[in-house]
Design a binder for this molecule. Structure first.
Ligand code: NAD
Ligand code: DAU
Length: 339
């Protein structure tokens, strides 16, 4: 199996490459990645001699066309992925997530190559905290941020190319991932590396917002399940019943690091901040037989903290620049206290 993995130097893509080589040693993987601030070859260093790495842009139609012509499968992870950045400057999101995806779709159409599209639960907007409902494959699209609206656009482009041009495509929409190699701009690694460097974790707003956490390996196993057994033209939601509010996550990180769980600060909220995400992954479980293996979030967090503790050389180069960006907009509004 020859495969092209876009965004393979980013968080989920790099874990996908590692997982694929561990479980499918015959896979012939080409990674296409532009190495933006979010991508680094260091994430692929342990497998560097087992893959072909192409430093390039998914908006480069000639390059994409050449690489797609030489592959059997495209798994498309590449994206601008951070909501906060999309609020500061939406243009890279429109370019990569919309124009880049269209460039790939045209190439898979030309060469009739199987395509799997990685997307997010954020396309569905948010839920109330006390709403018993969860997102399903039929929930209407209602994205809130420039990031999520460009991901929604990319999903709709895939659906249109499948219906109008018959491309062999599937789509997955997953909830919040955690695990190794995640950029320190994101919530969990930001708080872990804050604690490891003696800085107080930062909670947006009141910390009541809920995310539905899934370990990145469970996400990537689900992607393989869909690639191998999914119905063409269909969408599958991926989630592992991991709902937790942000305050609980921060308190747990502090506790697992041996700190006082109240030792955090509240800061200004994210504009338009989605309140709650929750995934109903019944379809993936019943139709395709997938189940997550990381059922214990606390154990997964402990392993993730250990990874950041022992891989400071991986995250150190990103940390100061990331915090400098946050310092431009963030203001402390209160301190954690016993509740
Ligand atoms: P990431 O930001 O860690 O990695 C993105 C990668 O894409 C980087 O290596 C970057 O260099 C590369 N890239 C960006 N623009 C590019 C371009 N124009 N051409 C080629 N490469 C480019 O993102 P991630 O968290 O690993 O997310 C991967 C995918 O999964 C995205 O499509 C995202 O929307 C989706 N997703 C993420 C989560 C999550 O919790 N992180 C959850 C659900 C879905
Ligand atoms: O749901 C899937 C999505 O999850 C993916 O599509 C995105 O690519 C991914 O970034 C993630 O989006 P979120 O906006 O949910 O993730 P983020 O890590 O930015 O924030 C998680 C929650 O934590 C959110 O409610 C905002 C909050 N937060 C974030 C940071 C960085 C804080 O309270 N403090 C922080 O310092």
């Amino acid at each position: 199996m020859r495969m092209l993995v876009t965004g393979g130097a980013g968080f989920i893509g790099a874990n996908f490459v590692h997982r694929t080589l561990a479980t499918r040693p015959d896979a012939r993987i080409t990674v296409l990645d532009a190495l933006t601030y979010a991508g680094t070859r260091a994430s692929l260093a342990p497998v560097a001699d087992r893959i072909t790495f192409v430093h390039g842009d998914i908006c480069d139609a000639d390059l994409v066309n050449r690489l797609v012509a030489e592959t059997d499968l495209v798994v498309h992870f590449a994206a601008e992925s951070h909501n906060d950045n999309s609020l500061a400057d939406p243009w890279p999101f429109v370019r990569t997530n919309v124009v880049g995806t269209t460039t790939l779709l045209q190439a898979v159409r030309t060469h009739d190559v199987r395509y799997h599209h990685i997307s997010t639960d954020e396309v569905y907007g948010d839920l109330e905290l006390d709403d018993p409902a969860r997102f399903t494959e039929t929930t209407p699209y209602n994205p809130s941020s420039p990031y999520s609206s460009t991901k929604a656009s990319s999903d709709l482009l895939v659906r249109a190319w499948a219906r109008s041009f018959g491309i062999r495509a599937t789509i997955s929409n997953c909830s919040n991932n955690y695990g190794p190699y995640q950029h320190v701009e994101k919530f969990i690694p930001r708080q872990i590396t804050n604690v490891l460097t003696g800085v107080r974790p930062r909670l947006y707003g009141t910390g009541a917002n809920v995310r539905d956490w899934i370990h990145v390996d469970d996400h990537n196993d689900a992607v393989w399940t869909i690639v191998e057994r999914g119905e063409l033209g269909q969408t599958y939601l991926i989630g592992a019943d991991g709902e937790a509010n942000n305050r609980t996550v921060v308190e747990t990180i502090l506790e697992l690091c041996g700190k006082d769980p109240n030792d955090f600060d509240f800061v200004t909220d994210r504009p338009g901040h989605d309140l709650r995400y929750a995934i109903d992954s019944t379809r993936l479980r019943t139709e395709l037989g997938w189940t997550p293996t990381y059922s214990d979030f606390r154990a997964g967090l402990t392993a993730t903290i250990d990874w950041y503790r022992t891989n400071e050389n991986w995250w150190r180069p990103q940390k100061d620049a990331t915090e400098a960006v946050y310092a431009g907009t963030e203001r402390v509004t209160g301190a954690g206290s016993r509740h």
